[in-house]
Design a protein around this ligand. Structure first.
Ligand code: NAD
Length: 257
């Protein structure tokens, strides 16, 4: 039977790659995120070409009620969730003393609290069925910090704590909970922060890429979104059944330093 897979923030970037990877395995997908309706519909239809079905839900992941509705819609469409991928995330770059309060709240809500709400929704059925995989897309910034990213770094460190706690609570129920910690992946999220980082540091956009982003990635290459997706597939496979409560770094060596 096709697995039910929910990927939050999957209309773009890493989440979209992950959704496509699970769809290619014939899974039923629930996708989520923002974007023009026609583009999202094209994405949704594309996900169905491998035999599984796909539905879109536009929940704003900063809003617990909408998250509840998303999770209920997933079960309604395809039955209990087998794989939950918490991926939705945003970024804002500014010094702490200038960090807008509403950005702090929004980043904590989307990048951290939304995963608590989705997990809270799927855990009872996963426990009862004694199966399930939860994969949280954290970041190298879940392990190390960079200046001017206070909310993001705090939220990503938090998601690793949540991952470990949930893994312990679910360890005897056949449910694994893990995080993936990517380094810099050239997605819209990263492209958008280049001008702000240039401004905050007083350097050019080209220097942001070479001296700030890839400076920390010893391979000197951006990570491919498809590499993150391949690891998500692995964590959802039978071979990964004893991997729980941990993270896998895909960061070109960044956090080895
Ligand atoms: P992206 O901007 O390409 O995609 C983000 C997705 O989240 C989009 O689908 C967007 O519509 C959705 N989204 C944003 N706010 C939302 C909200 N309030 N409700 C619902 N959906 C919302 O970004 P990405 O680079 O693919 O990032 C995906 C995840 O990977 C994030 O959690 C990010 O922190 C993490 N990550 C990214 C990188 C990187 O270098 N790109 C590195 C490490 C971790």
């Amino acid at each position: 039977m096709a697995r039910t897979v929910v990927v939050t923030g999957s209309t773009s970037g890493i989440g979209l790659s992950i959704a496509r990877a699970f769809a290619a395995e014939g899974c039923n997908l629930v996708i989520n995120g923002f974007g023009p309706a026609a583009e999202i519909e094209t994405i949704r239809v594309g996900l169905e070409q491998h035999g599984g079905r796909a539905v879109y839900h536009g929940a704003d992941m900063s809003k617990p009620v909408e998250i509840g509705d998303l999770m209920a819609a997933a079960v309604h469409a395809f039955g209990p969730v087998d794989v939950l991928v918490n991926n939705a995330g945003i970024q804002h770059v500014a010094p702490i003393e200038e960090f807008p309060l509403e950005k702090w709240d929004q980043i904590l809500a989307i990048n951290l609290s939304s995963s608590f709400h989705t997990m809270r929704a799927v855990i009872p059925a996963m426990k009862e069925r004694r199966q399930g995989r939860i994969i949280n897309i954290a970041s190298a910034h879940g392990l190390v910090a960079s200046p001017f990213k206070a909310a993001y770094v705090a939220a990503k460190h938090g998601i690793l704590g949540l991952t470990k706690t949930a893994a312990l609570e679910l360890a005897e129920f056949g449910v694994t909970v893990n995080a993936i910690c990517p380094g810099y992946v050239l997605t819209p999220l990263v492209e958008k922060q280049i001008p702000d980082t240039a401004k905050a540091r007083g350097i050019t956009e080209a220097q942001v890429k070479s001296d700030v982003m890839l400076k920390f990635q010893p391979t000197k290459e951006f990570v491919a979104a498809d590499d993150i997706a391949a690891t998500a597939l692995y964590l959802a496979s039978d071979a990964a059944r004893q991997i729980t409560g941990t993270h896998i770094s895909i960061d070109g060596g960044w956090t080895a330093q």
